[in-house]
Ligand binder design. Structure first.
Ligand SMILES: Cc1ncc(COP(=O)(O)O)c(C=O)c1O
Length: 418
């Protein structure tokens, strides 16, 4: 698809024709509950004037072509799961070969053994690993395991961990579940100390993303682990986003901290549904008590996808490539913002960058971000305002430079509008 990218929508007025997507979305809303309730859900946080692209024609490498024929460089990448690029041929071949041996064929596939050995070899804290399907599954299982091991119920957390009861504040979650979860502030040990003091002997675990936009201050994650252990609780890293992305050993390898338990998903299988729970032997040995039996956990296609993905990540040192590309994008965005005199700066780790607008008033910051993502989408660069973006190995320096040029134009529009 790369050859057939339309020669630069960058130069034109940002205008997006999504007529076919819109018509199909109208139909879908008659029968699909989530989209009936929130048609713009793929772009949470903003509604595009004139509609969103919704339906895919084809995804390949770093590109999407929607059903109306618009082509985008994809900075959402299957919500961060597609780390190599869409439809990587080597991963596809591995999946097809696994399917040829059977779909969920009752007995274990040898890929299951190979993947378990691979992850135990790569993830510093992993003596034992087990596989699940989604990131929510894996973090939920980690928390249940910590509760089983410690005999305590309360949980301290930082970040997003999925949609299950233990971590969600939505209607329908019993108050009892909600009352057991306490959020602490990132890079702020005192906020965690205060929570331990408020619930002596009740905290089963600290579960946290190792970072989201701000990187951890030096020593922060290690101090968090120490503080957690001093309080006889377990330290869980939610590596669903960071794992197999910033390094083959995840954030724990990159920042030198070994959690008791960690959860992986997303980048580990280039878009295929698999997640993993890994940890210290004596803790993971209690896993049988949790009743983790689900029909699809062992499907060999996802195991094969993950093995192939991890092989490529390692062989091509994809984490280093993502870091280089991300640095180029962040520097380019910073320069573009300076040039346009828009108060904005790039934030986040290189593999998951974002542009933060720093206008004085919140309404202006929100408007600028919305205008930015709208303008970038119309110019062929799919970015969400809801959270940071993702990079993949199929992106080139040329892709990044085209994105920066589109950002220059979009930021100039924003300077004129706000
Ligand atoms: C850090 C983190 N943990 C857990 C989850 C939940 O993963 P899933 O959507 O696969 O259930 C997500 C999803 O975005 C995530 O970013």
């Amino acid at each position: 698809m790369a050859d057939r990218v339309r020669p630069d929508r960058e130069d034109r007025e940002p205008k997006l024709d999504v007529g076919r997507s819109s018509a199909l979305l109208k139909r879908l809303r008659q029968s699909e509950a989530l989209l009936a309730a929130r048609p713009g859900m793929y772009f949470t946080g903003y509604e595009r004037i004139g509609g969103n692209p919704v339906f895919i024609d084809r995804a390949e490498g770093a590109r999407l072509r929607d059903i109306d024929g618009n082509i985008y460089t994809d900075y959402l990448l299957g919500f961060g799961s597609v780390v190599l690029g869409h439809g990587h041929p080597e991963v596809n071949r591995a999946v097809m070969a696994a399917l040829g041996r059977g779909v969920n064929p009752t007995l274990l596939d040898v890929a299951h053994l190979d993947l378990a050995e691979r992850i135990v070899g790569l993830v510093p804290s992993a003596d034992l690993v087990t596989f699940l399907k989604t990131g929510s599954d894996a973090v939920d299982a980690a928390v249940r395991l910590a509760r089983a091991v410690t005999g305590r119920s309360h949980v301290l957390h930082y970040g997003h961990h999925g949609w299950h009861d233990w971590c969600s504040a939505s209607p329908g979650v019993p108050d009892a579940a909600r009352s057991l979860l306490h959020r602490f502030a990132y890079n702020d040990l005192d906020s965690v100390r205060a929570l331990f003091d408020a619930h002596p002997g009740e905290i089963a675990c600290v579960v946290m993303m190792p970072y989201e936009l701000e990187p951890p201050q030096p020593g922060y994650l290690t101090a968090m682990k120490q503080l957690t252990h001093q309080n006889r609780a377990l330290f869980i890293l939610d590596e669903v986003r960071s794992g197999f992305r910033i390094g083959l050993g995840g954030a724990q390898g990159a920042f030198g901290v070994a959690p008791d338990i960690s959860a992986f998903g997303k980048a580990m299988a280039n878009g295929h549904a698999i997640s993993a729970l890994a940890g210290r032997r004596e803790i993971m040995a209690r896993i049988l008590e949790l009743g983790l039996t689900v029909t699809y956990f062992r499907s060999p296609d996802a195991m094969a996808a993950s093995l192939a993905t991890i092989g490529i990540l390692e062989r091509e040192d994809v984490p280093a490539r993502l870091k280089r590309l991300g640095r180029r994008l962040m520097d380019g965005l910073d320069q573009a913002a300076l040039k346009a005199r828009v108060p904005a700066r790039s934030v986040g780790l290189e593999a998951t960058p974002f542009l933060r607008f720093e206008h004085e008033r919140e309404a202006e910051r929100d408007r600028a971000l919305r205008l930015f993502c709208n303008g970038m989408l119309a110019r062929g660069h799919l970015m969400t305002p809801a959270h940071h973006w993702f990079l993949c190995a199929a992106m080139t320096e040329d892709d990044i430079d085209r994105t920066v040029r589109a950002a220059e134009r979009t930021l100039a529009d924003i300077a004129a509008a706000i």
